[in-house]
Design a protein around this ligand. Structure first.
Ligand code: FEO
Length: 392
């Protein structure tokens, strides 16, 4: 494979994984992904920025066939999809050193058994001269692990942020061509991976205001030659107020909960509230996660199974709790046959959501007039709360 130039003596040397469909045995990848690594050839030193997933080490090594020397391997992040090929690179280049944060060193020693004497650790703001090019290291913990940093190539104004600003998108184009497609993929990526750490991401976005950036070169998905495209998207996801949206994940076994969902959705729409409804019997959890980025409210719909919520609903509640979206209000609707602790159990599953809990609506059997009235009240409360908070 031939390295692809992005600036004079700066090359993309990544691997495109068209077939990967699951990350961390959890996250769906409908469009595959890529593991982007970059080669920076300074007048005195040669550097590789990140590597690729161990399943694609051969691809990376094929780019390096004609590269006689590598002095440094920058490890922005210790997770194996970027660090996993470092041992093979170090084996080929016995004098190369791994440059990373002190925490990154600890983790790479533990995860990949790299000898301690192969490391140089860098502090926040430290720079490394390659001759006519300079790398600056920006510590950025919790993107989405504790050891992470970003690397800035000063003379060319290229930011290498590893996972930050990435998208799981297999694509042969170096830069984004279809903004809509990349926006969707980057938002899915933010929702699944970065949103739980949005308070850290807030700080990193503030820090990046001091840098002039021509190109953002993440380690997944295409690069951004208009940095403002992804910076503005992130600012809206992280800083923007929630929107006049209700996310409604639900499941129904015999039609009672489904009838309540159908009624509530109609009542909310009548009151000017947008609803994103997800039947959990066949859902892309990435789409649910994306909807949670913007929504002001989540209403969960569940029948009662063995006294508690349906397991698929419990799973969705636990996922929402782990993703820490900016939800302001939550509620539960559903049904039971002879007894239920679904509300108590579901409420206990979402301690991370700092949201006001609105009165649940639970019907015994198929919903009747009183239940529909209660659903109307719930819809009115949600619409009023959204107006009061300025989300409309
Ligand atoms: Fe793409 Fe956190 O690894």
């Amino acid at each position: 494979m031939k390295a692809r130039q992005i600036k004079p003596n700066v090359y993309w040397v990544g691997a495109i994984d068209w077939d990967r469909r699951l990350f961390d045995a959890l996250i769906p990848l409908p469009d595959g992904t890529s593991y982007n690594a970059y080669l920076v050839q300074g007048s005195q030193k040669v550097t590789l920025i990140d590597t690729v997933d161990p399943s694609m080490t051969d691809v990376l090594m094929s780019y390096l066939e004609d590269v006689p020397v590598i002095d440094y391997v920058i490890a922005n992040h210790a997770e194996q999809d970027h660090s996993g090929s470092i041992p093979q690179v170090l084996a080929k280049y016995p004098n190369a050193k791994v440059v990373t944060t002190p925490k990154g060193k600890d983790m790479l020693v533990a995860l990949l058994l790299i000898p301690e004497d192969r490391f140089i650790t860098v502090s926040d703001g430290e720079s490394l001269s390659l001759g006519d090019k300079t790398l600056e290291f920006i510590h950025a913990p919790w993107v989405h692990w504790p050891e992470t940093m970003l690397t800035y190539l000063r003379e060319d104004k290229v930011l290498f942020p590893c996972d930050l600003f990435g998208s799981h998108l297999a694509n042969t184009g170096l830069y984004i061509t279809d903004e809509g497609q990349v926006y969707e993929a980057a938002k899915r990526y933010y929702a699944e991976i970065m949103m739980p750490f949005h308070t850290s991401i807030e700080k990193h976005l503030e820090k990046l205001k001091d840098y002039q950036i021509d190109i953002i070169a993440p380690s997944h998905g295409p690069m951004y030659d208009k940095a403002s495209f992804i910076l503005e998207a992130y600012r809206s996801w992280v800083f923007g107020p929630p929107k006049n949206i209700v996310v409604l994940p639900y499941i129904s076994m015999h039609g009672s909960t489904e009838k309540m969902v159908e009624y509530l959705v109609g009542a909310l729409v009548q009151r000017g509230v947008t609803v994103k409804q997800f039947n959990l019997s066949a859902v892309d959890l990435g789409k649910l996660a994306m909807a949670l980025v913007d929504a002001a409210t989540m209403v969960v719909g569940t029948p009662t199974v063995l006294v508690g919520p349906h397991p698929n609903v419990a799973y969705a509640a636990l996922l929402a709790n782990a993703l820490r979206p900016r939800l302001q209000f939550v509620s539960i609707i559903g049904s039971y046959g002879w007894g239920s602790k679904a509300v108590e159990q579901l409420s206990g599953m979402i301690p991370n959501l700092k949201a006001e809990v609105l009165d649940p609506v639970i019907s015994k059997g198929f919903p009747r007039e009183d239940d529909f009235k209660a659903l109307d009240n719930l819809a009115s409360t949600i619409a009023e709360k959204h107006k009061e908070q300025g989300f409309v």
